[in-house]
Each structure stands twice: as C-alpha cells, then as structure tokens.
Design a protein around this ligand. Structure first.
Ligand code: NG1
Ligand code: ZN
Length: 550
C-alpha cells in the first residue's frame, strides 16, 4: 500500500522539478532562500506536512510561507506542530533530505523509505492549515504546496494572507477545539477577540494610553494591526505607518524590526512622524518580531529591543505573582541567547534565574518550558512568555485572601490569554508591553532606564563553507576551525568590557560576528577585527574582504 500511494504522486511531482544546482536546508526558520527557486520545496513540504499529520494521528499541522524580515525577493516555508510549536527537530533532517532528492524517482524512493523507517500509517487522515505573508512570490508557492497536499489527499484549510503567529494560534486552536484545553475559537476573529478582551480587562481603570505609532514593515502586520485596532476600540489608539503591502520592493525595506535592530536608527519613513517622547514600535514582515523605540527631547533615537522587553515584562509578572500571594509557589525565569546584551544579562541575573541557549526559537521555547513562568526573548525582538500547565492551574484555583490579591490573580489570568504562548507574536507582545507601561505609568524613558545597553555591533562574513564553523557553550565558543577561538580571546582581552563570539547562521549562508564593548567605537572595532580573523581563516582574498553589516 505504501508504495502505491507514494508512487501515485509521480505525475504531480513531475510538475515541480528540483532545480539542479541548489542545495536546500531546513534551518532554524525552515527553508528560506530566493522565492523563485522554491517551487519544488513547497511541493515536497506539502507531502511532508501530510505525512507529519498522519504520523500524529490526523492532528492538524501548520505550514507558513514567509521569509520573515528578509528582503522581498526571498521566501521560505516552515512547518508548525500540533501544539502550535516549531517542527520537532528530528524531522528537520528528513525535510532536508526530501527537499534535495534530485529527481522524481529519487523523491519517490526517498519517501517510500521514509514512510517505512518512521512506520507512518498512510491510512490515517492528514489535515493541514496553511497561510502566507504578503510576498509577491507567495501565491505561486502556495499553489505548489497545494499540489503536494493534494498528492497525499490531505484535508486542507487555507488561512489566507496572515501573520506567522496567527497561523500558530490557529494550529493550536484547531487541535484543542472542543477539549477542556481549548486555546480559543479557531479563526482569525477568535484570535483578535481573545487578545483584545484580555487587553481591555488588563487596562481597565488605568489612565488613557497615549497613541502608539506602529511601523508595519509594509507587510502583513498592517492588515492584522488594523483588524486588532477595530477589536480594541477605544482602549488604545494605533497610528499605522509603512502599510504599503502592494508597493513592489517595499517589504522590510528601510523599515521594520530588523532594520531598527541592525541599523539602530529610526526608519527614515518615520522622520517627522514621531514626536519627542512618543513611543513607537516596528514589526517585521510576518509580525513575529517587535522592536520599540522613542526619540528623546534632543531627538536622539533610543531603541528598546527584545532584551529590554524581557526585563520589563519579567519584572512586572514577578510583581503580580507576589501581589497575588503566589511567590512561594510560582517562580519566574528568563531564557536568552548569546546575542542578549551583556548589560541585560547582568540586570536580569541579579533578580531571576537566567538560562543561555543556542540561537533558534525551538531552543528558547524548550528551555522556557522548564520554568513555572518562562520569559524568553531574542535580542531581535522575537519572544513570548510561557505559563506551565501547573502554573495555569494554580492561578485558577488560588483562593485570594484580600481584594489586592484577587486583582493581581485576575491580571495574571488575563495575561495568560493576552500572550500568544505558541510563538513570538509582535502584536500580542506589543499589547503586553502597553499593559506594563500603563500599569507602571512608564514612558519609554523610564523603561529604557532599567539598565544601559552596552554598545554592540553585529556583522556578517561570507565564507566558503559556514559549516566549517562549529560552536559549544550555547554558541559562545568556537571549536572549529581549530585555533580561531584562541585568536578571538586574545583580541577581546584588549577591549574594555569586551565580548565577542562567532557562529554560523542557521538562515543565511554567512557566519555572524557579534561584539560588545564599553564604547561604540570599541564595539565596532572589535566586531570588524574579529570579522577580519574569520575571513582570513576562511582563506579569502583580503583585498575583497566581504564583510558587511548584517
Ligand atoms: P541566524 O541566521 O541563525 O542568525 C536569525 C536570528 C535568530 C532567529 C532566526 C530565525 C540573529 C542574530 N539571528 O538566525 O535569532 O530569529 O534568524 O528567524 O538575530
Ligand atoms: Zn519574522
């Protein structure tokens, strides 16, 4: 039976041949590269998603077509597991193998072996929900995906053009529908309802919130923010900027969360729109990253990144837990990566347990699950807060001994609904930040004052083979190429407050270099000198050092 079902995919597979010279890799964010080479990958991901669903007894699997903060010409695809989480890592290698089968025959042979090895019962149903961002290449890629799903007879739901976090929400809502664990109504409307009603409860009785300027990166976040605003009514006002979702080349171009984080400046399109003291935020192309910022009275730009969000949110949640009388029972912990600013790590580690894990949401998410309440954020603004099942039960069953305890308990329960616990969600995180600012009567200035960022610089180096770079200690040290770490250590030693590390990117064919030091000039110099070491090690032509800003 296996072979007949799999052999039946041949005619459709022939319509989606693999381009000869490209090697695909399922990295930390799924497959991601130029949109126009991804047709065969999407077809094959359709088959894989159907097989994953069969393997999970017909539970619904999600497929998101996006390249997030990358340029508009890029696209990508990733699978979402039944609880709304990233694909189980053991399947990443299977996905890579299947995507690289050179011919239809090789693909069929590979799939037959895969189905046998994993004992996938093909008689089980397959259910898949998919969505895409606003990229022009998206529609054609979705039709290739559809062919793959059709080839295995999957039951398909098209969630249309929407954000990555909404797709994750839908997957979890579909799979928990009608159970005592229901995550919410399995529709976009259900998502907006859930977030907006929790937000209204949390800010009730607080002074009016000043309008918030949102840079939508000219992406799908513009649609979602607009719909969310309608549900939030007068509890908060958004001023939407960079909403040109159909202007060719506009997506993520000189705007959005990645621009703000890497350039550390105001998107030029916001000049004149943002007043001194007013806070603003940027989403990325699929609305799962969030960066805040403001201009001070001298029109100086100040960035409030994922680390600052983690610090703000963790402190607030810790205070609520205490106010609810639950601080003996519920502990808050933080998860960061090596990219977290050293000043944030110091600030947080003085207050709560902090774990450092390798880059990639799956590592952060997994580590955060080990805390009662786990706050995880990447410095780039991707993150969320996880409340363990036991914590959620304690919150529900707790019997408060005073009105103040009862209020804090109600707020914590509302937070579990406001926060999208499946994945980092720019819009949900933005409402969370607004709740904390409203409760603490903070502007960006007080928030920023929690600690002062160490100046830092991120650069990328194009090398012949990034896989030659291998790391240990949550990516903070290189073990290969041999001898390079020692050279980096010697260099770092000469910089006051210096820290630097090198790792291969999981999403681009580059090696990344991060450096921080006590002054901007020193951080820049350290980054470029370490990048120079990396480049020399890779044996390139020094006259053409291909070192760029990220
Ligand atoms: P890579 O390309 O592996 O550095 C980037 C981000 C990650 C994560 C992924 C997924 C940095 C330095 N790296 O990974 O944090 O967000 O993309 O999108 O920001
Ligand atoms: Zn993104």
């Amino acid at each position: 039976m296996t072979s007949s079902i799999i052999h039946d995919i041949k005619p459709l597979a022939d319509l989606h041949p693999k381009p000869e010279s490209v090697h695909f890799q399922y990295g930390t964010a799924g497959f991601r590269t130029l949109g126009h080479v991804l047709d065969s990958v999407l077809f094959r991901v359709g088959i894989l998603a159907a097989l994953r669903s069969k393997k999970q007894d017909g539970k619904t699997i999600g497929v998101m077509v996006t390249a997030s903060h990358n340029p508009e010409v890029d696209n990508g695809v990733k699978l979402v597991d039944p609880r709304g989480e990233m694909l189980e890592s053991s399947w990443e290698a299977h996905a890579t193998n299947i995507a690289n089968a050179p011919t239809t025959d090789a693909l069929v042979a590979g799939l037959v072996k895969f189905v046998d090895d994993l004992k996938i019962d093909l008689s089980k149903p397959a259910r898949v929900v998919y969505a895409r961002d606003t990229r022009p290449s998206g529609a054609a890629l979705v039709s290739a995906l559809d062919d793959g799903l059709k080839a295995l007879g999957a039951e398909v739901r098209d969630a249309g053009v929407t954000t990555t976090p909404i797709l994750h929400y839908l997957v979890k809502a579909i799979n928990t529908k009608g159970t005592s664990d229901s995550y919410g109504d399995d529709s976009e409307e259900g998502y907006y309802q859930k977030l907006s009603s929790a937000f209204k409860r949390l800010v009730k009785g607080r002074p009016a919130i000043p309008p918030l300027l949102i840079d939508c990166a000219n992406g799908v976040g513009a649609f979602a923010a607009e719909k969310l605003a309608q549900h939030l009514q007068d509890s908060i006002t958004f001023i939407l900027a960079n909403t040109s979702t159909t202007t060719p080349g506009a997506l993520n171009n000189a705007c959005g969360a990645d621009f703000v984080k890497t350039q550390q400046k105001l998107p030029p399109s916001l000049e004149g729109k943002l007043k001194s003291g007013q806070r603003a935020c940027s989403l990325d192309g699929d609305a799962d990253r969030l960066m805040y910022f403001y201009l001070d009275e001298h029109s100086q730009f100040h960035m409030l990144d994922g680390d600052k969000i983690a610090a703000l949110v963790a402190a607030f949640i810790g205070e609520l837990v205490k106010a609810a009388g639950l601080d003996e029972d519920i502990k808050v912990g933080i998860v960061q990566t090596a990219y977290a600013n050293g000043a944030s790590t110091k600030y947080l580690a003085d207050r709560v347990p902090v774990k450092c894990v390798p880059t990639g949401v799956k590592h952060l998410h997994h580590a955060a699950e080990s805390f009662d309440i786990g706050v995880y954020f990447e410095a780039n603004g991707h993150g969320t807060v996880l409340f363990s099942r036991e914590t959620q039960e304690k919150l529900r069953s707790h019997e408060p001994t005073s009105p103040a305890q009862s209020t804090a308990q109600g707020h914590l329960i509302a937070l579990t609904e406001l926060i999208n616990q499946t994945v980092g969600d720019a819009l949900s995180d933005m409402l969370l930040v607004e709740v904390v600012l409203a409760h603490k009567s903070y502007t960006g200035i007080e928030w920023d004052a929690l600690y002062a960022d160490l100046p830092n610089r991120l650069v990328k180096v194009v090398v012949g083979d990034r896989n030659a770079f291998r790391t240990v200690d949550a990516e903070r040290r290189l073990v290969s190429p041999a001898g390079l770490q020692e050279k980096i250590d010697a260099l770092v030693g000469g910089f006051e407050g210096g820290r630097s590390f090198v790792r291969p990117s999981g999403t681009e064919d580059v090696v990344r270099v991060y450096a921080e030091a006590s002054s901007r000039v020193q951080a820049d110099e350290l980054a470029f000198r370490v990048a120079g070491l990396v480049y020399d090690q890779a044996g390139g032509d020094p006259a053409k050092r291909p070192v760029e800003f990220l």
